[in-house]
Design a protein around this ligand. Structure first.
Ligand code: PEP
Ligand code: MG
Length: 581
């Protein structure tokens, strides 16, 4: 038996067979010059690849048609036509002859040019074609480079997924019913894969460094998402111990439901608002069952994250409306697309940036893709007419970005009005505070915004310059650094001075270890993975606000993360509070 230790990022226990997932990321595209005489050979390689990909697609088409999977079948049909499109062949051949580069590179650069052009188009139909082109080109490239593809969406038996790293889109697209747990070499508590695992209630341990080197497909492993331990080839004694822990965990989880109808208040009756973070609309119903008073963060980019999928205005409108209706009168805060960074749809983004986390991400992407952005704003405005919705703009770094977003929102409202569409023209708008520069400008932003939402996952990452998905630097992000605490306090004070509420939707809001401190700092709203609400509520209900304020005052005087940790330990010991996460 071998024991590994990583970050416990999603609670629960699983015992089962490992499935080593190598992934299907777009490989590095080789680039080399060819001679004129080689053009025909390269072209024949392309034709062979196209024939083979077309064969696979035809089989998929037949399968989807017999299963009456009409939408999927129509997409595949469009892809087959694209593969055989004469114009596309002519353009590719012309570029091959002109630039004399190998066919992989020629195909890659042509598809990038075509998708960029289509994505910038005002016509929604043309923008959708960009996704198709990128998808078909990717499949051709896999064939040309002889890369074998694995897919987590097509799992047919229960497994524990073992991976080096997963894109949020891969995690999101996996067949949830068969994934019993997830472990990875990379990642930490706030990486998006961890967030999705929590939202799917799949036990997960990340940041294990070398689990993919030690574990093979078929090995029996135990994943303890509560302690961060993973056991490879467990002995009988460990197996028995974990079988009974599994039963105890499930019992404890069910007991948490007894908190659900109780108010989110301190012992002395101060109320706080508890909301949930979601990735897709149907999760709203589950959030309310866990006691959420609405949705504090709808990560709308997940509508765009699956490969081969686009989210046009009408599709988005339906999705937002669904969440709003399920919220039953509670508000749904829809965050505009936070694509980029590690949240990439390989069809839109192809890793050309040197520093994606410092690059074309979130509001920066949206502001440069005005038509896509306005389509999203129109969809939200229209859906908001069916209930209560608010808009959050992600990764605002300066006041100008917020100004421009508000301007485009006005344009979107006018466009809807011209078409006679019902909208909520008084929709509230909030700024996500997740870049230190925004917090330093919070006094100005607070005068323009209706609310703030502190995104601590990114705020911590950008304050400490520590990649939230990199296990080598997670010692900087594990606790709470005094610098981060000061920024949280500044955000809360700026909001309250301007008379607006302030929420926190980063993972910190769902950790019961921080609940008393955040309440003491004056946070108004906690938004978290729905399943953590009962635990956070249990802790909030066992503290007095005055004690929390005292804890906050003392913590703000600390110079080290370890000192804050000690204060928290002392506080919980003094009031006999056990925190579970
Ligand atoms: C955050 O950064 O804290 C946040 C909630 O946004 P995301 O995790 O989606 O980046
Ligand atoms: Mg963020």
């Amino acid at each position: 038996m071998k024991e590994l230790k990583g970050a416990a990022v999603s609670a629960g226990i699983a015992i089962g067979k490992a499935y080593l997932f190598v992934g299907e990321e777009t490989p590095d595209i080789p680039r080399f010059s060819i001679k004129k005489q080689q053009v025909e050979d390269e072209w024949q390689r392309f034709l062979q690849a196209a024939k083979s990909v077309s064969g696979v697609m035809q089989a998929q088409f037949q399968r989807d048609q017999t299963k009456s999977n009409k939408e999927q079948a129509a997409i595949i049909k469009a892809h087959i036509m694209m593969l055989e499109d004469v114009d596309f062949h002519e353009q590719l051949k012309a570029q091959l002859e002109k630039e004399l580069q190998n066919i992989e590179w020629t195909l890659w650069s042509l598809s990038r040019k075509m998708t960029a052009k289509l994505l910038a188009a005002a016509d929604a139909y043309l923008r959708e074609r960009a996704v198709d082109i990128a998808d078909v080109s990717r499949q051709l490239l896999f064939k040309l480079l002889d890369v074998k593809q694995q897919s987590l969406a097509e799992l047919t038996e229960d497994v524990i997924v073992v991976s080096h790293d997963l894109l949020p889109s891969q995690t999101f697209g996996m067949n949830r019913t068969h994934v019993k747990a997830l472990i990875m070499d990379a990642g930490s508590e706030t990486s998006h894969t961890a967030i999705i695992a929590r939202s799917f209630e799949i036990p997960a341990v990340l940041g294990l460094s070398d689990c993919t080197k030690l574990i093979n497909s078929g090995d029996i492993i135990i994943v303890d998402g509560n302690s961060g331990k993973v056991f490879l080839h467990p002995n009988e004694e460990t197996l028995e111990k974990y079988k009974s822990e599994l039963v105890a965990f499930e019992k404890n989880f069910l007991e948490g439901f007894t908190q659900i109808d109780l108010p989110s208040e301190t012992l002395d009756g101060t109320r706080f608002c508890f909301r949930a973070n979601i990735e897709l609309p149907p999760e709203t119903g589950k959030a309310l069952k866990f006691g959420a008073e609405g949705i504090g963060l709808f990560r709308s980019e997940f509508l765009f994250l699956s490969s081969g999928q686009s989210a046009e205005e009408e599709k988005q409108y339906i999705a937002y409306k669904q969440a709003i209706k399920l919220a039953n009168g509670f508000p749904v805060k829809i965050r505009t697309c936070d694509l980029g960074g590690d949240k990439v749809n390989p069809d839109y983004f192809q890793n050309t940036e040197k520093n994606p986390l410092l690059g074309w991400r979130a509001i920066r992407f949206s502001l440069s893709m005005k038509e896509l952005f306005k389509a999203q704003l129109r969809a939200i405005l229209r859906a908001a007419a069916h209930g209560k919705a608010e808009i959050i703009f992600p990764l605002i770094s300066c006041v100008e970005e917020f100004d421009e977003a508000l301007l485009l929102l006005e344009e979107a409202k006018n466009e809807c009005k011209k078409l006679g569409l019902a909208i909520d023209s008084k929709i509230k708008t909030g700024v996500m505070l997740e870049v230190p520069s925004a917090v330093l400008s919070a006094d100005v932003l607070a005068k323009k915004a209706d609310f703030f939402s502190i995104g601590t996952n990114d705020l911590v990452q950008y304050t400490l310059a520590a990649d939230r998905g990199n296990e080598k630097v997670n010692y900087l992000t594990r606790g709470i650094q005094p610098a981060v605490l000061k920024l949280i306090k500044m955000s809360i004070d700026a909001a309250h001075n301007a008379g607006i509420p302030v929420a926190m939707c980063g993972e910190m809001a769902g950790k019961s270890r921080w609940t008393a401190l955040l309440a003491g700092l004056g946070l108004d709203e906690f938004s978290m993975s729905a399943s953590t609400i009962p635990e956070v509520k249990r802790v909030l209900r066992s503290v007095k606000l005055e004690d929390c304020k005292e804890l906050a005052r003392a913590s703000l005087l600390c110079s080290r993360s370890s000192e804050i940790d000690t204060l928290l330990d002392e506080f919980h010991a003094r009031f006999n509070i056990k925190t579970m996460n």
